[in-house]
Ligand binder design. Structure first.
Ligand code: PA5
Length: 475
């Protein structure tokens, strides 16, 4: 992507928080006085993030990903070229932070019916992200791919995630039975030294592997090889993605909340949370951005949903993320957002220029309900509905703000991802919690180990048996 200074300027994201303020929401909005009263805590959060940038021990390696991957990017681009030449399909095996990013970037930056396009119109092999262990899904994936002509990217930092490793066992077995050398069809993305995939790679005689850096957790890993390889395979310009992230980093250098969009967003969310607004709806007005909500839901929920502060004080914090899509969910959820409890903040992702405009032809001039649409474009229609929904929420005194993407492309998506990562880091610092761990997820993982008989989990197995459903309460 060619990025002149002028173009970079045109493609800058903006944050519009007009509809969060009391000036526009009356008593339901946030006043300048309240924002001013939070300038200190915002500044402290900014200082925490800025002064711990890149620290592996604090899992803040993600801040440096836009800058420290030149060699890796070159290697990924070479590998992606080889994969495009040699395979008909590319399958990501991973879950959580190892899968949501690749799905989201593919949906955002590739054709919405990518896999249905003829090969000549696709920039890469067919693309699948298998992030579940639904047996039907696995079987039906195998109905549509030829394992011998498929490259499998096994993404797991730990190499101990049951879902991903079960998938790998199935695929490795199939490749073996087909007489294929596993090494030829598999790429690992994992921790540099620890973890089972390193051991498996050695046993197989050295599988092509990419490193998920030590200080980068799953949900902050999209701009690492976790996301970059799958994206590059599908022809996404990964250098532009990283350049977009670097621009957002620059846009958020200031510790002044009024000059740093991610810090302002985090501060407003923090104020809203203190006031009991514990639900955050992310509503992109773009099908390409639909899965940004899935990726964001993990980032926001897993990072902020905690029960202990950094000073070991009990707490129960976090905001429940809700995924919505404009305009589709205007016809399902917006009724609740407009008239239901005052417990939400709605964030719109709006787009200035869609890559298609799609004119609406004139017709049925005698039916006013239909005729007025003729001569407009679908771009105008979706933008009008976005504006109208924000207006209706504002009139109803509902907190909402808009992040605007001038276009949806690699450079703007890179900005958006880094914006959300920074916003999450700032919000976590304001809440004084560990933003980067996930003990609640680990508990479920361990219980699964116990249920499936993993050695070392026998005691927990007894506990689980005791907690089995009581027939007295089953109707
Ligand atoms: O954000 C996280 O850390 C998690 O969602 C992990 O990405 C997820 O549990 C998968 O873990 P792993 O990469 O070790 O397989």
């Amino acid at each position: 992507m060619k990025l002149t200074d002028e173009r970079r300027k045109q493609l800058r994201l903006t944050l519009d928080y007009t509809n969060m303020t009391d000036k526009y929401l009356g008593g339901k909005g946030i006043s300048e006085k309240t924002i001013a009263a939070h300038k200190k805590i915002a500044k402290a959060a900014h200082t925490y993030v800025a002064s711990n940038r890149g620290r592996d021990d604090l899992f803040m390696g993600w801040t440096e990903l836009p800058y420290n991957q030149n060699e890796i990017v070159a290697d990924i681009l070479t590998t992606a070229k080889l994969i495009r030449r040699s395979f008909d399909a590319f399958v990501v095996l991973g879950i959580g932070g190892s899968a949501l990013g690749p799905s989201m970037a593919h949906a955002a930056l590739c054709h919405l019916h990518y896999n249905d396009l003829p090969k000549s119109k696709r920039k890469g092999p067919k693309f699948y992200v298998e992030d579940n262990v639904d047996p039907v899904r696995m079987k039906e994936l195998l109905d549509v791919i030829d394992v011998e002509r498929t490259c499998f990217n096994v993404i797991s930092k730990s190499g101990a995630t049951s879902e991903t490793m079960a998938q790998y066992l199935i695929i490795a077995d199939l490749l073996k039975k087909a007489g294929v050398n596993i090494r030829e069809n598999v790429i690992f993305t994992t921790d540099a030294a620890r973890g089972n995939l390193v051991k498996i790679s050695k046993e197989l005689g050295g599988v092509k592997s990419y490193v998920l850096p030590d200080g980068v957790g799953g949900r902050f890993s999209e701009l690492s090889p976790v996301g970059l390889l799958p994206a590059a395979v599908c022809g996404i310009d990964i250098k532009a993605l990283l350049k977009g992230a670097a621009l957002m980093d620059k846009m958020c250098k200031s510790s002044d909340v009024y000059k740093n969009p991610a810090l302002m967003a985090a501060t407003l969310q923090y104020i809203a949370m203190q006031d009991g607004k514990n639900i955050h709806v992310l509503m992109p007005y773009s099908d390409n951005l639909k899965y940004v909500s899935d990726w964001y839901a993990q980032l926001w929920a897993e990072s902020l949903g905690k029960n202990i502060t950094l000073d070991n004080q009990p707490c129960h914090v976090g905001q429940t993320p809700v995924k919505a899509l404009g305009v589709t969910d205007q016809h399902s959820q917006v009724q609740l957002y407009t008239e239901g409890p005052y417990d939400k903040v709605v964030t719109f992702l709006s787009v200035t220029s869609y890559k298609e405009k799609t004119p609406i032809p004139h017709g049925y001039e005698d039916i006013p309900d239909v005729a007025f649409l003729g001569g407009h474009t679908m771009e105008e229609l979706i933008q009008a509905e976005n504006k109208a929904t924000a207006y209706a929420l504002t009139k109803a005194g509902r907190l909402n703000y808009t992040i605007n993407l001038p276009e949806v492309n690699e450079f703007t998506l890179g900005q958006l991802l880094y914006f959300f990562e920074l916003q999450t880091a700032y919000a976590g610092a304001m809440l004084n919690i560990n933003t980067y761990d996930q003990p609640g997820v680990e508990a479920g993982k361990k219980a699964t180990f116990a249920l499936l008989g993993k050695p070392g989990y026998e005691l927990q197995r007894h506990d689980l048996d005791d907690a089995a459903s009581d027939p007295d309460y089953i109707i």
